[in-house]
Design a protein around this ligand. Structure first.
Ligand SMILES: Cc1cc2nc3c(=O)[nH]c(=O)nc-3n(C[C@H](O)[C@H](O)[C@H](O)COP(=O)(O)OP(=O)(O)OC[C@H]3O[C@@H](n4cnc5c(N)ncnc54)[C@H](O)[C@@H]3O)c2cc1C
Length: 399
């Protein structure tokens, strides 16, 4: 990512042009079947996501934020933010971040030339599907407490332990993960290393975790004496915490959240009319308050992004966007589900898998409820709200 160029007015103009291209792409280029499925919040499978990522790649967008030297477009932070926001506002599928947004930048920033040549082209063109192995039982918010251990044995590490909540591990070819490389003379955070693990290796088992929307998003990943060649260590042994923090910063600067709020608010306004409650003053107040919070969120987000580009940020901007954005999104989604009435209760995951209409209400009702149930977790993953508040208190308020 190139945050220092271009100037902010230029970056704003480029972001506006990119938004216009995205609207054209959504209306004219995106296959109708995929557009319909995502607009109706139906269940997307691995093939849908592979198609989606390939379409973005064909437009040069999947890695637009990478440096040109690695095939990207040197997008400013503002363009990247606008890209994520506009896609989400249009109701497009999620841009799966694990390869292009998370591990790709770590590899081009800290990986060896050989790792860059081996992994980056396959991340860029979507050949490899990645997942993120950070969290463990007992090491989520307190990530530095992780216990998965990598012991050096000749030209390899032997890795044993358990990762948890690993999104899409059931589809992934590779997992980037944090492991403990023990050294008695070092503090705990200096014993953490960043490893790239081939999930087809002997000793890896992936087990599903059921979520309340009935879909399979997350998994446990068990590692039993898994052999990982030394050339799959990124950077230096014991420096993984530095790379992990770099990655977390990328994880939290998400334009998708304000975009999801805008999309859900537009659907909420339509739902009020569909439910014959266009003149309901109490409901109008409730929606009005959500709209005001959305305007405030976007103002804060864009001010924060531009401050980051100008290096005048206080360091808590990404946390504020994550905190306020996810809480607002949940409130909008809950209001929408309330408005669906009985259709919001008759939730049928099989209908969503079959991409067929739900038994009651508008034909996106099931999908709205599915997303609402899943997004209860949005205030937990990527750093729980309490943790974001701690960061804001320390970084922005100096408490
Ligand atoms: C749907 C979903 C998908 C996920 N995907 C991934 C993934 O792909 N890869 C991955 O590595 N992880 C993933 N996670 C894990 C996620 O990052 C963790 O759940 C999150 O970091 C919280 O950790 P925890 O679950 O261990 O909860 P804990 O850290 O045990 O927290 C429990 C509660 O205590 C609060 N708390 C903890 N510490 C403090 C503190 N210091 N001050 C105040 N309150 C505190 C928390 O805010 C929370 O409310 C996912 C989680 C979910 C739910």
């Amino acid at each position: 990512m190139n945050d220092s160029h271009p100037s902010i007015p230029e970056a704003r103009a480029r972001a506006d042009a990119l938004r216009a291209q995205l609207r054209h792409f959504h209306a004219q280029v995106m296959p109708a079947g995929l557009r319909r499925k995502s607009e109706h919040h139906q269940v997307l499978d691995k093939a849908d996501y592979a198609l989606w990522m390939r379409l973005l790649q064909e437009q040069g967008w999947a890695i637009g934020h990478w440096p040109a030297a690695h095939g990207g477009r040197d997008w400013s932070l503002l363009e990247r933010f606008a890209f994520e926001e506009e896609l989400a506002r249009l109701g497009c599928p999620w841009v799966i971040p694990f390869g292009v947004k998370y591990v790709g930048p770590v590899i081009y920033a800290y990986g060896s030339a050989a790792q860059q040549a081996r992994f980056l082209p396959r991340i860029a063109d979507g050949s490899d599907f990645w997942c993120q192995g950070y969290s463990e039982p007992g090491a989520g918010s307190d990530l530095a407490a992780l216990k998965t251990v990598a012991l050096r044995d000749g030209y390899r590490y032997r890795v044993s332990g358990q990762k948890v909540w690993t999104t899409y591990a059931q589809w992934a070819d590779w997992m980037f993960c944090l492991v403990r490389t023990p050294r008695a003379d070092r503090r705990p955070q200096q014993q953490i290393s960043f490893l790239l693990v081939d999930l087809r290796s002997p000793g890896v088992s992936v087990r599903p975790i059921a979520t309340m929307d009935g879909y399979r998003h997350v998994n446990e990943v068990w590692l039993d004496e898994v052999e990982v060649p030394l050339d799959q260590l990124v950077g230096a042994e014991g420096e993984g915490w530095t790379y992990a923090k770099y990655l977390l910063k990328n994880e939290r600067t998400a334009g998708a959240i304000p975009g999801m709020v805008l999309h859900a608010l537009a659907r909420l306004r339509r739902a009020a009319v569909e439910a014959g409650r266009g003149a309901d003053v109490a409901l109008a107040h409730r929606i009005g308050e959500l709209e005001l919070r959305s305007i405030a969120l976007r103002a804060m987000a864009y001010r924060g992004v531009e401050a980051m580009m100008a290096s005048t940020d206080h360091g808590a901007e990404a946390s504020l966007i994550k905190l306020r954005g996810t809480e607002l999104y949940q409130d909008v989604a809950e209001t929408l589900v309330d408005l669906l009435g009985p259709a919001g209760v008759a939730f049928d995951i099989d209908a969503l898998h079959a991409a067929s209409a739900p038994p009651l209400g508008p034909d996106d009702a099931g999908g709205i409820v599915k997303d609402h149930l899943y997004n209860r977790a949005a205030t937990i993953f990527g750093g729980a709200s309490e943790i974001q508040r701690n960061i804001v208190a320390k970084t922005a308020l100096g408490l």
